[in-house]
Design a binder for this molecule. Sequence first.
Ligand SMILES: Cc1cc2nc3c(=O)[nH]c(=O)nc-3n(C[C@H](O)[C@H](O)[C@H](O)COP(=O)(O)O)c2cc1C
Length: 330
Amino acid sequence: MNLTTNYLGLQLKHPLMPGASPLTNRLASIRELEDAGAAAIVLASLFEEQVRITQTERLKIENRLAETDASNDAFFEGSDAYAFGPDEYLEHIYRAKVAVDIPIIASLNARTPTTWVDFARSVQQAGADAIELNLYFLPTDPDLSAGAIEGRMLEIITAVRENSSLPLAVKLSPFFSSLPNFVERLQHAGVQGVVLFNRFYQPDINVRFREVAPKLELSDSSELLLRLRWLAILSGRVPLDLAVTGGVHSPNDVIKSILAGAHGVQVVSALLRYGPQHMRSLVNGLKSYLEEHHFRSLDALRGQLNLANSPNPEAYERANYVHSLLFWDR
Ligand SMILES: Cc1cc2nc3c(=O)[nH]c(=O)nc-3n(C[C@H](O)[C@H](O)[C@H](O)COP(=O)(O)O)c2cc1C
């Protein structure tokens, strides 16, 4: 049975990989995930804020170096900021590459272009096989237009693209006026894949104390439906690799994602809930399905139910919206 998939130019033994999360912060866990069958590893993100803090810290130290005697112990005050900053992230990439044989995808969480110019190059030098760029952004300023936000995102991508030749995937939110149009522009900017979608952790309101309470809840399979629709719409229309993240918990969720057009399938909540060994049951479930239904390869299954191939394309489109509302009780 051929489960191989090509994702971001990487030949993977199957499409399943842990998504960005603390699951991949320790080398022991990365090895455990490889043993459980993961085809690649996406590291937790390095956030722009972390890089900036360290840059400021570095500048302070350089200034002090100019002003003081570097042999003085006081000179090293503040350098602890490096402990969990970019330098350690690069070292983690390097060590992960040595520790396992599967591809390592670095994840960068970016808000502005300038920070990434040097860092994208360093990520490549550290040995990463690809970069996943998370463009998590929540607009709250009414003066900021959709066009300006998209323009900023494209600037970030260009900065990374110009400084690294690694394959590049962009992790997006579902909130675009025209997602297919933006994805096409990503392709023109040199992106190889998109990861659908970022989850927005919704703060709740505590009525007793009348305060806003941040909340991180793990996903369930119902979150996959939004991803399936957009995978199906983009699949076959944009020449980019598509990865799903959000709501993949069971082998059926994996199979649905492939039918909708996914090249890569990322899992986080299910691994946090059931442990790294859950990876193996997802891979085995996918394999059994292909065998039972006499598919010889994953490629034969991929996109069978995308918008272009579906015998019922209106299920993804507006007609289904009207139908669902009119006949909600049937
Ligand atoms: C504890 C935790 C930490 C996460 N950290 C990151 C991160 O550093 N970068 C990122 O892009 N996504 C991060 N995510 C989001 C996941 O990569 C994933 O997109 C999301 O959880 C949806 O997938 P799931 O339904 O399989 O959990 C995190 C998720 C969780 C639960």
